[in-house]
Design a protein around this ligand. Structure first.
Ligand code: MTE
Length: 317
């Protein structure tokens, strides 16, 4: 299946030139920054003089306004650090992200234990511009650097009775204050997908954004990006990926099952019990600007609807 780089993005919201220029500069250094030079960047050559990404995209979907890096980097949900948006950018500096080991285990033929450098060597990251829609009603358009999750899962070779994938974040109470002091969420943070969702080409493991390594507050050194689901599914700082035969108990679903479903597919027609999901505020825009209309599956309906055929979309939240 061919997945367009900027799939689901519209030309009505035009990419900010300054952002692209900044990006072109950072793309030049990416080989050096990502994994100490071990990684190529398969899209680096595809960024043309006008700053747009050529390649698999049809010209019509070249452009949506990227969210400025400063907004993506300073307005975060990272509950291990804080239940507020601005503290994680400062607090996450203390995180230890080197060395880092990612374990792929459970119902697989070939369990894996990989460093970030191993991952970068095996799966050279590519830039994928994707929408992120938080369940709270804000959104962003982020140029992630990453690789499709299915590549890693294929290498581990799931057994035939493996049906789900469980993702676990790092446990680092010495740097993550809420893991010491807050019991509101069970730690470590856990997320999950059905195996077929995890094998979808839009499901990505990200190691960078805006042409550079991921910032700690955005999930360094490796996070999930599932663009058709609410942002809480896109788990940060992953240390373990397990194939299971039963749906994993995920953090938000465990503490508030009526508020945060296992599927959590973006759906403007299904309100959260306490607020509407019909619209969203793009990060960087004023609270007084008109809100953007939220789209079914966050604009990726064409690509993912088949995963849910025969299921009642309303059960997804
Ligand atoms: N992953 C972990 N480990 N801890 C978290 O608190 N928050 C989630 C998700 N991944 C979270 C997490 C939520 S609610 C959202 S909306 C996104 O991360 C936000 O990602 P961002 O801060 O990079 O925009």
């Amino acid at each position: 299946m061919l997945i367009k780089t900027q799939i689901g993005l519209r030309s009505s919201e035009v990419t900010d030139e300054a952002v692209w220029l900044e990006r072109r500069d950072s793309l030049r250094v990416i080989g050096g920054i990502l994994a100490m030079g071990v990684v190529g960047h398969s899209h680096a050559g595809a960024v043309d003089q006008a700053g747009s990404v050529a390649g698999q995209n049809g010209p019509a979907d070249l452009s949506e306004r990227l969210t400025p890096l400063r907004d993506v980097a300073n307005y975060n949900n990272y509950y291990e650090f804080s239940f507020y948006k601005t503290p994680p950018s400062e607090l996450a500096r203390a995180m230890q992200i080197e060395p880092w080991v990612l374990e792929v285990s459970g119902l697989v033929e070939n369990p894996l234990t990989l460093s970030i450098d191993d991952l970068l060597r095996l799966f050279p990251p590519e830039e994928q511009i994707r929408r992120l829609r938080c369940v709270e009603g804000w959104s962003a358009v982020v140029p992630w650097l990453g690789f499709p999750l299915f590549q890693l899962l294929k290498k581990a070779s799931p057994l035939s009775f493996g049906k789900f994938v469980k993702f676990t974040s790092v446990m680092q109470p010495e740097t993550m204050p809420n893991q010491r002091d807050q019991k509101m969420l069970p730690w470590p943070y856990v997320e999950g997908l059905r195996l077929d969702e995890a094998m979808h080409p839009l499901a990505m493991l990200s190691v960078g954004m805006y042409g550079k390594r991921l910032l700690n507050q955005n999930g360094a050194p490796i996070r999930l990006v599932i663009p058709w689901k609410y942002g809480f599914k896109s788990i940060k700082a992953i240390v373990k990926i397990e194939v299971t035969d039963k749906p994993p108990l995920t953090s938000w679903n465990e503490v508030a099952p009526k508020d945060y479903g296992f599927y959590a597919n973006v759906n403007p027609a299904v309100p959260h019990p306490r607020w509407s999901q019909a619209t969203e505020r793009p990060l960087g825009s004023s609270f007084y600007s008109p809100r953007r209309k939220t789209e079914l599956f966050n604009g990726y309906a064409e690509e993912v609807t088949h995963l849910y055929s025969g299921m009642d979309l309303r059960q997804f939240f």
